[in-house]
Design a protein around this ligand. Structure first.
Ligand SMILES: CC(C)(COP(=O)(O)OP(=O)(O)OC[C@H]1O[C@@H](n2cnc3c(N)ncnc32)[C@H](O)[C@@H]1OP(=O)(O)O)[C@@H](O)C(=O)NCCC(=O)NCCS
Length: 216
């Protein structure tokens, strides 16, 4: 079912409307921010992507652009002055056909999740409370929209994000874990094989009597 489009864009803020440079301000993402936020996400996830077996974040520019028109997705930009220092994205329903989430899991447990699709702080601002503020904003959204849980996916080998979430009372769901087993290495192609001597050069073949001679 097609969803309604998001409301029209607000006008660009005047410099005086930008917040002070010592506080973090949150606003909804505008269409004109799409390219900037996309580049921001590529920067934030560059080092995370090197270590994770899961899909690379951010996922696809086309999908990112399409999400802007989806009413069920909130895309929030966090700024210090005019600089983007954080981005948070959440969805009120399972989105995309390639999603790992089974909605029945939550329905069976009477959970109404707010799916946190992205949480990213600029590397220069990590450890300064941006992530905590973004999470508080998402918890606030969950409360006012009647959601019972925040649900997200984090790679086990992203220790800083994992400890960030654990410290804030996130717990592991019964999700799949990636496993691997080492396989003994063998070449696919067989080793060289000694060639039989050619029958033309085989002296034994010449001395063999003709079995048909002298008969009949
Ligand atoms: C996970 C992430 C969103 C946290 O954002 P943040 O702005 O650093 O969060 P905060 O500053 O509120 O808290 C970070 C915690 O790390 C600690 N910290 C200390 N030094 C730090 C540093 N140099 N960098 C990061 N965190 C640091 C902070 O003290 C704080 O500790 P606490 O959990 O005890 O409060 C951020 O690290 C990030 O964007 N990581 C890369 C993208 C990513 O992995 N996202 C999650 C994908 S699911």
């Amino acid at each position: 079912m097609a969803r309604a489009r998001k409301p029209r864009e607000p006008k660009e803020p005047e410099p005086a409307e930008l917040g002070p440079s010592d506080s973090i301000r949150v606003r909804r993402m505008h269409r004109r921010d799409i390219n900037r936020v996309w580049e921001f996400l590529k920067l934030v996830f560059r080092s995370v992507n090197k270590e994770t077996v899961e899909y690379q974040r951010p996922r696809s520019k086309q999908r990112f652009e399409e999400q802007y028109d989806d009413e069920g997705i909130e895309q929030l930009v966090f700024e210090v002055g005019s600089e983007i220092v954080g981005y948070a994205e959440c969805a009120f329903e399972v989105t995309g056909s390639d999603n790992w989430i089974n909605p029945r899991y939550f329905a069976n447990r009477e959970m109404r999740p707010l799916f946190v699709e992205e949480l990213a702080t600029h590397p220069d601002y990590q450890g300064r409370g941006v992530g905590s503020f973004m999470l508080e904003q998402l918890q606030h959204l969950a409360r006012v929209r009647g959601c019972t849980h925040l649900v997200l996916e984090v790679a086990e080998n992203n220790p800083s994000a994992l400890s960030f979430y654990r410290k804030r009372n996130f717990y592991k769901l019964d999700a799949a874990i990636f496993m691997a087993q080492k396989v003994e290495q063998e070449p696919e192609l067989l080793p060289p094989r000694p060639l039989k001597p050619s029958p033309d050069n085989d002296p034994a073949a010449d001395s063999t009597p003709d079995k048909t001679s002298g008969q009949g």
